[in-house]
Design a protein around this ligand. Structure first.
Ligand SMILES: Cc1cc2nc3c(=O)[nH]c(=O)nc-3n(C[C@H](O)[C@H](O)[C@H](O)COP(=O)(O)OP(=O)(O)OC[C@H]3O[C@@H](n4cnc5c(N)ncnc54)[C@H](O)[C@@H]3O)c2cc1C
Length: 270
């Protein structure tokens, strides 16, 4: 985590920029059930978009449950549309993170409605969900910008693959489709097997490095970011900030025991 406020996030963004690495900024927060809090979240994100210095790309990630998805779909859509207007005004891009499976369809429906008016918005699809091959196909047909990740939420077997072998296989196949036919896909993983698979596939298929980007989380595998940039690839780091950090760290801890050091280092500010 970059810190509690936008200044710390922007400082992290500047350091990344100096290393040739992009950023997507995430004001931490989710599961908002109060309209005023959801509007405040949108305002805070608008301010962030305006404050990111021009030389750093104005790229942010949001969660729809922070913008009121659980209050009302229409309210949430209006709230996000306001943010996308600001993003358009300042040349920014907004990525809609994907949350747990009970939100997937509503998140996609809302995203599709927003895409009727905006082209500065992208979506996240999770390779572990059984439904995702169909969603990737649809995203390719629609020309939507997709970030592909494995998926961070605990899901039942009828909804998602459970073991790493199947998740990796699904990820690999979907990544190949997005690399071949997608609109500037983001390959979001720290998994070296998948990073190498992407590099190998792009090289064999002659997909130039400016047609896709790698994405990783702030604090995880920083040496790898530099190696990829040195090899001519695009890398963007997800920079979370704010005070509502518990669910984010909890998901990182569930993913890998080793991440406990990452979590402690962040909590202790070291
Ligand atoms: C930019 C970004 C955005 C994301 N957005 C979303 C989202 O919107 N919705 C969502 O559900 N999930 C999101 N995720 C989380 C994602 O779904 C996974 O839960 C998370 O990335 C862990 O899976 P992994 O593929 O990175 O590696 P893992 O499955 O955690 O690890 C697999 C292998 O990767 C290597 N590895 C992993 N971590 C490290 C490390 N710290 N150091 C060294 N090697 C390591 C190791 O070889 C390890 O065995 C996002 C992830 C990223 C990177």
């Amino acid at each position: 985590m970059a810190g509690p406020d936008p200044e710390s996030a922007i400082a992290a963004g500047r350091q990344l920029h100096a290393r040739g690495i992009g950023a997507t900024f995430d004001l931490l927060g989710e599961d908002v059930l109060d309209r005023e809090a959801a509007v405040r979240s949108a305002e805070a994100n608008k301010q962030l978009l305006r404050r990111i210095p021009v030389e750093i790309e104005r790229n942010i990630s949001i969660k729809l449950t922070m913008f009121g998805l659980n209050i009302s779909g229409e309210f949430c859509r209006e709230n996000v549309a306001g943010l996308l207007d600001t993003a358009r005004e300042v040349g920014g891009f907004v990525r809609i993170d994907m949350e747990g499976s009970k939100h997937t369809q509503r998140t996609l429906d809302l995203f599709h409605r927003l895409r009727e008016t905006y082209d500065n918005v992208g979506i996240v699809l999770q390779a572990y969900l059984h439904r995702t091959p169909a969603d990737v196909k649809e995203a390719i047909a629609r020309g939507d910008r997709v970030r592909l990740c494995k998926g961070a939420y605990r899901e039942p077997p009828e909804v998602a693959h459970q073991d790493m072998e199947h998740i990796r296989k699904a990820y690999r196949e979907l990544a190949h489709q997005l690399l071949d036919h997608g609109s500037y896909p983001a390959i979001a993983t720290h998994d070296e097997i998948l990073v190498r698979d992407t590099l190998g596939y792009a090289s064999v298929q002659k997909i130039p490095p400016d047609r896709f980007e790698f994405q990783m989380l702030y604090g995880l595998r920083p040496r790898r970011w530099d190696e990829l940039v040195a090899a001519g690839h695009r890398v963007r780091v997800y920079v979370p900030y704010g005070t509502h950090w518990f669910p984010y760290f909890y998901r990182r801890l569930r993913e890998r025991r080793e991440n406990i050091y990452f979590v402690l280092r962040n909590l202790l500010g070291g």
